[in-house]
Design a protein. Structure first.
Length: 682
């Protein structure tokens, strides 16, 4: 049993005490301590806001704003009650009313209004606008950021755990800025409430002093008005600190260091600006009529600081240049060309102006990233991918590339020289050529390198052209993985498996199961996007089913049954599976339409019935997507394979699962039902 942590009670207890303060009178001593605690807490929050490197390090900040606002309002209510009942609300409020503003109601009101204008008009409005824009841009940039993570993952620069961490960071970032957009309204409302409460206290104190306590008007003003102004100042100062903290958190654009170090490091690179500013100020001190001492003293001090910073920065740059000059880039020899007579499994043709991304001497890392991609896909799919041949192609237009499988073009794209791809929804203000991201079909634009900062400022995701090409290549290889599996590769897979599971391989040989049978099952699985990493379980299922039948569909269904929940997990979200199902009578009709052709089960239906079914399924899938579901077609295991084969032949790539593929602990959410009768009527 986990040990009870008393610290978990602090926040709930604090919230309860805030509610109690609204209705229960507080002794003046307790109020003094609470006011001091309020100011201290606001100062701590400001310090944390200055120190955090990333806003997500202080992800509790929106909730902290709400609790701090309620605490200040509770203090206002408690102070108002004591002022009106006893004409005294503790030494802190009294000190602010007499000492801080010199005992003058007018001075106190002026200072209070100035603080209100600074907080409400300047800081709170600006922070609220930044939070609103940040929330919108963060949400708009999420698809592009996800694509960038997938590109790094496909290129092998990061592993699955790091990709998962980055995706979680993006989701938390969107949640944080959305919460900050709402939390900034708390601060704005707190500012308005402080003014209203102060005005009510002034009026209420005057009425109580004159009508209830029968004090002279001047004495009533001196007593109650000063206390009301003191109460307003005591609450306004921590509110100002919280507003400043809000602005600092939502305006951070760098996560390399805390705000102080970040500011100093950036100013340290601008020594010439410090020299110029100091020189101008010192010159102003020489003009007649201006005080010479402060201008000359500050100007010369800033000029000297700028000279020192410039000298130190130049020394660092010279040291970096001397270090970099000793580095020699060795060309990669891992990817080699082969004779033109050999048909390559995967081929990447590049236009002449794209050869710089291949040459390591020009900073190109395409070959290394292709190596990482092959390693990543090998781990993901379970097969050893053949090398990718890269070559130049004079017939291609500038910036164009072509991906071929066994010399057949399967994809084409562009990666213009001197351009980066900006992905997002608000790209009209950016210079460049509009396009569509080749894998995710997201609106994008090829922009000049000089416009990267502008694109980032509007929330677009910027991706370099090599990452775009690698992501496109990865998607093509996944789609055509089944075509890349040869019997030689199957033999190599079995040789590797024999080292870890020799009994399975030996039993396969004794059962006289040929490489062709295993190759056919592997191809069928890869065509449906199923990894064959668990090859031992697949072979065991093939061996067992071969004793009954060696028909291709029978062997593939047995292999799928052996993989179990692996088939369903990619489509499960929050332990739920969105499904489109076939109506019961329609299933019976489709059973009667099953025919065997070369050991494969096919559905023999009319063209109208087939196209109608596809239209129904596509409409239901689109409706599910609008509701936030990634649906699959769920049917019986007998219909699953022939029904999927029919859908693929008609260009409908919706995943098709059998009922038995779904684990018992996964909740099935039905989002639609299709029927043959409705298909004919469509």
């Amino acid at each position: 049993m986990p040990r009870f942590n008393r610290a978990t009670l602090l926040v709930p207890l604090g919230v309860v005490l805030i509610v109690v303060m609204l209705v229960v009178p507080l002794p003046t001593m307790v109020l003094d301590v609470a006011i001091t605690l309020n100011i201290t807490f606001a100062m701590i929050v400001l310090t944390v806001a200055l120190r955090v490197k990333d806003p997500l390090e202080f992800s509790a900040f929106p909730s902290v704003l709400l609790l701090a606002t309620m605490f200040r309002l509770a203090l206002n209510v408690s102070a108002t009650r004591l002022v009106l009942l006893h004409g005294y609300a503790g030494s802190v409020i009294s000190s602010f009313g007499h000492f801080v503003v010199g005992g003058s109601v007018v001075v106190g009101l002026v200072v209070f209004l100035i603080l209100f204008i600074i907080q409400f008009v300047v800081i709170t409005n600006g922070a609220g606008r930044v939070a609103e824009v940040g929330a919108r841009f963060t949400l708009d940039a999420m698809p592009g950021k996800q694509m960038a993570i997938d590109a790094d993952l496909n290129a092998g620069h990061i592993d699955e755990m790091e990709a998962r961490r980055r995706r979680e960071h993006i989701a938390r970032e969107a949640d944080f800025y959305g919460a900050m957009d709402g939390a900034s309204k708390f601060v704005k409302g707190d500012s308005v409430a402080a003014v209203v409460i102060t005005l009510i206290n002034l009026l209420g104190g005057f009425i109580v002093g004159v009508l209830q306590d029968h004090l002279p008007i001047t004495q009533a003003i001196d007593t109650y008005s000063l206390l009301s102004v003191g109460d307003g100042l005591v609450s306004q100062i921590p509110a100002l600190l919280m507003s400043l903290s809000t602005g600092l958190v939502v305006t951070r654009t760098s996560n390399q260091a805390d705000f102080g170090l970040d500011l100093i490091s950036q100013l340290a690179k601008q020594g010439k600006a410090l020299e110029l500013g100091g020189g101008v100020v010192a010159f102003l001190g020489l003009l007649p009529g201006l005080p010479k001492l402060p201008f000359i003293l500050v100007g010369l001090g800033m000029f000297a600081l700028g000279r020192r910073v410039s000298a130190k920065h130049n020394l660092v740059e010279e040291s970096q240049d001397s270090t970099s000059s000793d580095v020699t880039i060795i060309p990669s020899t891992q990817e080699t060309r082969v004779g033109d007579s050999t048909i390559e499994a995967i081929e990447l043709d590049l236009a002449l102006d794209l050869l710089d991304i291949v040459d390591p001497l020009s900073g190109g890392d395409l070959l290394e990233r292709i190596k990482g991609l092959r390693k990543k896909l090998t781990t993901e799919l379970g097969i050893t991918l053949p090398p990718v041949r890269t070559r130049d192609n004079l017939s291609l237009s500038p910036g164009e590339y072509v991906i071929k499988i066994y010399e057949v073009e399967v994809a084409r794209g562009s990666a213009p020289t001197g351009r980066v791809l900006a992905i997002g929804d608000n790209l009209t203000s950016l210079p460049g050529e509009s396009t569509v991201e080749p894998v995710f079909q997201i609106p994008a634009k090829w922009i000049p390198l000089s416009a990267k900062a502008q694109a980032s400022a509007i929330g677009a995701t910027v991706v370099d052209r090599v990452s775009v090409l690698i992501t496109h290549l990865a998607e093509v290889v996944r789609t055509h993985a089944a075509e890349l599996v040869t019997r030689q590769q199957v033999k190599e897979l079995l040789d590797d498996l024999k080292l870890s599971a020799p009994v399975v391989v030996d039993e396969m040989a004794q059962s006289q199961i040929g490489l062709g049978d295993v190759q056919r099952v592997i191809k069928d699985l890869l065509e449906e996007g199923v990894s064959i990493r668990n090859l031992a379980a697949i072979l065991e299922a093939i061996i067992d089913r071969s004793k009954v039948s060696r028909e291709p569909d029978q062997l593939m269904d047995a292999a799928r049954a052996a993989l179990g929940s692996q088939l369903t997990l990619p489509y499960v979200v929050n332990n739920s599976l969105a499904s489109i199902e076939v109506e019961g009578l329609s299933e019976q009709y489709l059973y009667g339409s099953l025919h065997a052709v070369d050991g494969r089960a096919v559905l023999v239906v009319t063209p109208e019935e087939a196209s109608g079914l596809v239209r129904q399924i596509e409409e239901l899938n689109e409706n599910a997507a609008r509701q936030g579901f990634d649906a699959v077609l769920l049917t019986t295991f007998r219909l699953r394979t022939p029904l999927r084969r029919l859908l693929v032949s008609l260009g409908c790539p919706l995943p098709v699962l059998a009922n038995r593929d779904v684990p018992n602990n996964v909740r099935v959410v039905r989002v639609g039902v299709v029927s043959v009768d409705a298909a004919v009527k469509v």
